[in-house]
Ligand binder design. Structure first.
Ligand code: MTE
Ligand code: MO
Length: 323
């Protein structure tokens, strides 16, 4: 049994899990239905054999650091980034790392479909072998007002766009986390949410230099709890946009509706760009708690990445860009 130890830098329970708070209402209703469905299907399928995360072929890590992407703050300790996580498939609290590591991440395939020249399914290791891996130090700002600084390894999302060859008519990319065939993994919980976890970007956002597909952290393969074997990092947006354990990229001309938008459209919009001046309906976004320290620091517009991304939002002032 895990004893819940609270670190000094954690938020009180009332504020620490805002998503949980409003989910309470609906999950109760939904879980009743989900229970019935599962019973009808004869219960959960047999567990898959667990394979530890990060067992890709050697030689990829550490990748060379790209010096263009550094941060004027200390890198957060690896031990904290790998033990304080949001990954709701495995629980609505921060201590999911053991459960998440039970997700088998090999074999793993990624589907590229929708408005592309040719739909295809690619093995993750084939994909990694064809991508130029590099390390970038990025800030990460969760909508819950905490932040970390992480050395991610990965490749620019622009490379994936080249690989996928979207049609000229495509406007968005919709990304999906692992789905029902993997819910039998021993660590998976919470059958009542509207899985799979979905996020989306415009193709202009996805092509932006900052948009990064992550396969490793701290010079090693990505641990399961951080979204192995492939997750997004879009550091100018709130953390929930950085979808983990991706199995599908769908190119489309319709704006994708995300997991959180489905659950709380007034609180979690499509754009979700970081802005200290636009409060979440239930708390301020002006400051952020630096995980691992007792510091509260001011949150920056676009999380400090305005020089890269502000251009993307010219002419969109009528859109709810910051929530
Ligand atoms: N599939 C999936 N992706 C997810 C989440 C999740 O619950 N499920 N949580 C998001 C949120 S709210 C944050 S802050 C980051 C956390 O990433 P980290 O645990 O690696 O710090 O993952 C994001 N990606
Ligand atoms: Mo988050």
């Amino acid at each position: 049994m895990l004893i819940r130890k609270r670190h000094g830098w954690e938020l009180p329970e009332s504020a620490a899990a805002p998503e949980e708070h409003f989910l309470g209402r609906r999950t109760l209703m939904k879980s009743a239905g989900a229970g019935l469905l599962l019973a009808a299907a004869g219960g959960a399928p047999a567990p898959l054999s667990a394979q530890p995360a990060g067992d890709e072929p050697g030689g990829l890590y550490p990748a060379p650091r790209n010096p263009a992407f550094t941060v004027d703050r200390e890198v957060t300790a690896e031990e904290l980034v790998t033990t304080y996580n949001n990954f709701f498939e495995f629980g609505s609290h921060k201590e999911i790392w053991r459960s998440a590591q039970q997700l088998p991440v090999r074999p793993w395939t990624v589907v590229i479909d929708g408005m592309v020249e040719e739909e295809r399914t690619v093995d993750i290791d084939k994909l990694l072998a064809s991508m130029p891996l590099e390390e970038r130090v990025y800030r990460h700002r969760c909508v819950e007002a905490w932040s970390i600084v992480v050395p991610w390894t990965g490749f620019p999302m622009a490379e994936l766009l080249d690989y996928a060859r979207p049609l000229g008519s495509a406007r968005y990319v919709r990304m999906e986390t692992f789905g029902s065939d993997q819910y039998a993994a021993p660590g998976f919980r919470q059958f009542w949410y509207p899985w799979p976890y979905v996020e989306g970007l415009t193709l202009d956002e996805a092509a932006n230099e900052l948009a990064f597909l992550v396969t490793g952290a701290y010079g090693k393969p990505l641990p399961g709890q951080n979204g192995a074997p492939l997750r997004l990092a879009v550091p100018w947006k709130y953390g929930f946009k950085s979808v983990k354990s991706i199995v599908r990229f769908t190119f489309t001309d319709e704006r994708p509706v995300s997991f959180w938008e489905t659950l709380g459209p007034d609180e979690y919009g499509f754009w979700a760009n970081v802005n200290p001046d636009v409060p979440h309906p239930r708390w301020s976004q002006a400051m952020e708690r630096v995980i691992g320290t007792s510091e509260m620091i001011p949150t920056q517009l676009y999380n400090g990445y305005g020089e890269y991304v502000a251009e993307l939002y010219k002419g969109l002032e009528q859109e709810p860009l910051f929530m």
